[in-house]
Design a protein around this ligand. Structure first.
Ligand code: F6P
Length: 441
């Protein structure tokens, strides 16, 4: 297995009264086992294509080709799209230093920009500053009808027109959306771009945005950056295997993770915190927040996902975590940081009055901090699950992504909610379109 998971420190038997009782975890595990049975039968019936994606290789060549097409000679690649059409790509792009403090700008690949949050100043400034002639664009939207993505796409088309690049749009853009079904609802993104000759990749019709990271949606940006997209799928395949091969799912980390989350929910822990000890897990946490929130927040159920980053958030959130309400379940993800990074000069450490730092690496401190945080959670009665990956690469990232998708689906099934829809998000979208038409806001 590409990562390990320990739930010892969530148990009341280990950390005391504020931990989760074994009876609750065992009961939850039985519910999750039933959920896993449903998962397997839906997979066999072909109703859960997400579980087949990790084992597929037939589509990888087309994704690599589209990625190469965008990257070829490009200074910048702009990914338009929001929510599940962006966060998976961002998560994978961190493997190539995207949004890693200080490093993104040194990339030898094209600079990649994910414009997932609509902000007029940001978008206007970006379009003014980008070298448009050498910039390429991907517009990603499953529905093809998301207002943010459509507005951005139109703004880019107009900017290219003004820059005298209209005739080149077909070579500067790639679209990714569901196919237009004859007689079906009009796909606005295709209606915008196809007349310009823009080629499209097809969004899987049976996989929703927040579950799409292992499809072309997440893998296209990864391919732009030259990542090993087959290895991403291979890591995910390892995690999904017990659920589709009839193995003992009680031993599967995703089932155990779902059971712990279920137990936490039933024990009134309303908040789930994900804290990764690596800059390259920062977008992962944001991706997971959408996955967890949109999948489980239904019928008055669900827990509030919180994204945290270690060690920096020890200096901002730790106080509340340890001494605030006991309403949280923590997941800490560590990597094998020891021995990595710059080594501290002994004389300088001595001069700073920190002789113990001498000869240690920055990674040594990060590793110590992760472990100390976990132990401090436990000592303060805060249930904490520990996931450890030796290194964050394509394979482990694929495994972690699949792990958390399975955990979410199993938790949803066990809670009795549909983890695949998001009916509540429509109301504000419809109202915003009305207000826009009326000039309100
Ligand atoms: O890919 P689309 O259809 O543009 O949707 C973007 C996002 O918007 C949502 O539908 C929520 O509004 C998410 O579920 C989805 O990931």
């Amino acid at each position: 297995m590409t990562f390990t998971q320990s739930i010892d420190l969530v148990r009341a038997a280990t950390i005391g009264g504020d931990g989760l009782p074994d009876t609750a975890i065992d009961a939850a595990l039985s519910a999750v086992e039933t959920a896993a049975g449903r998962l397997a039968s839906e997979h066999r019936a072909g109703a859960l294509p997400l579980l087949s994606v990790p084992g597929e290789t037939g589509d990888l060549a087309a994704i690599r080709e589209a990625g190469a097409r965008l990257a070829d000679g490009a200074s910048d690649v702009v990914i338009l799209g929001t929510g599940g059409s962006s966060l998976g790509g961002q998560t994978l792009a961190q493997l190539a230093d995207y949004a890693v403090p200080g490093l993104g700008r040194f990339a030898d690949k094209p600079r990649i920009h994910f414009l997932d949050n609509l902000d007029p100043l940001t978008f206007g400034s970006l379009l003014e500053r980008l070298p448009l002639e050498t910039t390429r664009f991907a517009a990603i939207s499953k529905s093809g009808g998301t207002g943010e993505t459509l507005l951005q796409t139109m703004a880019v088309l107009s900017a290219l027109d003004r820059a005298g690049l209209r005739s080149k749009v077909s070579t500067m853009f790639v679209g990714l959306s569901e196919p237009q079904v004859d007689g079906g609802k009009r796909n606005a993104l295709r209606a915008l771009l196809e007349p310009e000759g823009v080629p499209f990749l097809e969004h899987h019709t049976g996989i929703g945005g927040r579950y799409s990271v292992l499809t072309n949606v997440g893998l296209l940006p990864a391919a732009v950056l030259g990542l090993d997209i087959a290895a991403i799928r291979a890591g995910a395949a390892e995690v999904v295997a017990p659920f589709i091969s009839g193995g003992d799912v009680r031993e599967a980390p995703s089932a155990i993770g779902a059971a712990v989350n279920m137990a936490a929910t039933l024990e009134g822990r309303a908040i789930a915190v994900f804290m990764g000890y690596s800059d390259r897990l920062e977008r992962f946490a944001r991706w997971w927040v959408q996955l967890w929130a949109e999948s489980l927040g239904k019928d008055g159920k669900g827990t509030q996902p919180v994204a945290a980053l270690g060690p920096v958030d020890q200096h901002s959130q730790q106080q509340l975590y340890l001494a605030g309400p006991k309403d949280k379940l923590f997941t800490v993800v560590t990597t094998a940081a020891r021995g990595r990074g710059p080594k501290i000069d002994a004389a300088l450490a001595e001069r700073a009055g920190q002789a113990d730092f001498g000869g240690k690496t920055i990674g040594d401190l990060v590793a110590a901090q992760g472990l100390a945080m976990i132990d401090t959670f436990a000592r303060n009665g805060c249930p904490v699950r520990h996931i450890h990956v030796d290194r964050i690469d394509e394979r482990t990232m694929g495994a972690l992504l699949m792990h958390f998708m399975l955990e979410t689906i199993l938790t949803g099934f066990a809670l009795g909610v549909d983890p695949f829809d998001q009916p509540a998000v429509e109301e504000a979208k419809i109202l915003a379109k009305r207000y826009l038409a009326e000039g309100r806001g």
